[in-house]
Design a protein. Structure first.
Lengths: 116, 115
């Protein structure tokens, strides 16, 4: 089974609107971390936000927030007030604390296009 | 700037050749991870080193090898190159605190083109 699943290969959003990028994960480890990265067309990987499995509140970082639903094993990224510069690939990733601690599992990514 | 450096930025070579990609982690980071990203694809984890020792192995071909040196920089060696090895190769560092929350910091990548 895939550890990280991103079911939206591509998405469009109008500038200034909010958008949700989906991510589901699979683990039996009680302690794990979930990460989102952004990859613009220039290629670099930029860390956006982190959610720990024991965190009681959803993580937020500026315009980025993480809709964490533990029972559903989903960790969707919400970008509010989209900007043209948000157009990029977005990757969801997971790290387990007990099993395979040294591995980061990445999803296949979602390509977001922000329309003016 | 993530603090992770990778050289070279671009590399063009021919099939059958051997190349070495170099990575210097952020100051204080003990781990180095190598990833391969083929065109319009996700990241494939290759291998991880922690303080000089191999800690985890992913989908790394036998033609590929890596090592981490005492100064913690790492090299990824790719040999008998094939057209399908053309990709963006990322190095990432992290694990400063040894916690599941430790994020990875990515270098700018090395774009390898095999002709």
């Amino acid at each position: 089974a895939q550890k990280i699943t991103q079911t939206q290969p591509g998405m469009f959003v109008q500038e200034k609107e909010a958008v949700t990028l989906d991510c589901t994960y699979d683990t039996s480890d009680p302690s794990y971390g979930l990460f989102w990265y952004k990859q613009p067309s220039s290629g670099e990987m930029i860390f956006l936000i982190y959610q720990g499995s024991y965190d009681q509140q959803n993580a937020t970082e500026g315009r980025y927030s993480l809709n964490f639903q533990k029972a559903r094993k989903s960790a969707n990224l919400v970008i509010s007030a989209s900007q043209l510069g948000d157009s990029a690939m977005y990757f969801c990733a997971m790290r387990e604390s007990l099993y395979n601690f040294n591995k980061f599992y990445f999803g296949s990514g979602t390509k977001l296009n922000v329309k003016p | 700037d993530s603090g992770v450096t990778q050289t070279p930025k671009h590399l063009i070579t021919a099939t059958g050749q051997r190349v070495t990609l170099r990575c210097s982690p952020r100051s204080g980071d003990l781990s180095v991870y190598w990833y391969q990203q083929s065109l319009d694809q996700g990241l494939q984890f290759l291998i991880q080193y922690y303080n000089g020792e191999e800690r985890a192995k992913g989908n790394i071909l036998e033609r590929f090898s890596a090592q981490q040196f005492p100064d913690l920089h790492s090299e990824l060696n790719l040999s008998s190159l094939e057209l399908g090895d053309s990709a963006l190769y990322f190095c990432a560092s992290g694990d400063r605190g040894g916690s599941v929350s430790d994020e990875q910091f990515f270098g700018p990548g090395t774009r390898l083109t095999v002709l």
